[in-house]
Write a protein that binds this ligand. Sequence first.
Ligand SMILES: O=C(O)CCC(=O)C(=O)O
Length: 239
Amino acid sequence: MTNQSGWRALSWTMTDLTSACNGDTYVPVEVSTNNGDYRDLHRSVSRGPHRKFEAGVPVPLSFLAEHIQQLEPAAQQVPTSYIRLSEGSSHAACHAEVLPQLADAVPVSPPFQEAAGRMHQRSVWLGPRGTQSPLHCDPYHNLLCQKDAQVWGRKLVRLYSPSDAQRLFPFQDPFLRNTSQVDVLEPQPQQFRDFEKVPYLHCQLEPGQMLFIPRKWWHFVQSLSGSLSISYWWTDGDT
Ligand SMILES: O=C(O)CCC(=O)C(=O)O
């Protein structure tokens, strides 16, 4: 990835981002306490005390920027905020509307003819150390691109094959059939038997790197530092 390919945001620090996008802008964030996530909205029984999740909480970008730049990991009980903005989908907040300057500073599609012609959605993922996206799969190919910056931008990614989907304990709920009930880092073997035996690939996505996630491959993502990623989803032609 180079700046010549339309990645002006590559050289931005968090401070550059806040001044380019105006720190007073309110952005909708997901707020998690004790590793709560969207699955908690669909569970009848809580997975732990004080585990909470709220989506669409309006927060000024400058407030989030301070949170992101904290170098120490937050205590478990301290809520973590995560920006997840998508465009190209009618259901999600559109980052071209919320953060137009950031939308202009990254390419509209990945640099491959095939992907560019079949683009479905571009998304921004911006948050502090410790954000987690639970294990799930999507019906699109994905290029997850990690922002290059001095002190922020590393993520741990685990990938599971679609052929092992049934061993990953997907929810029965039609809205969550693409999502595992298992907390990958604390898998509760009594409830989710043999989950730990399911083979997986894993990597640390470093600043400036891109990871191709083929469609329907299950992925779990945890940020190891404050981080900005852009992901590009494109169809296979038959999706
Ligand atoms: O980076 C993340 O937290 C999740 C990325 C993801 O799930 C995606 O791009 O589909």
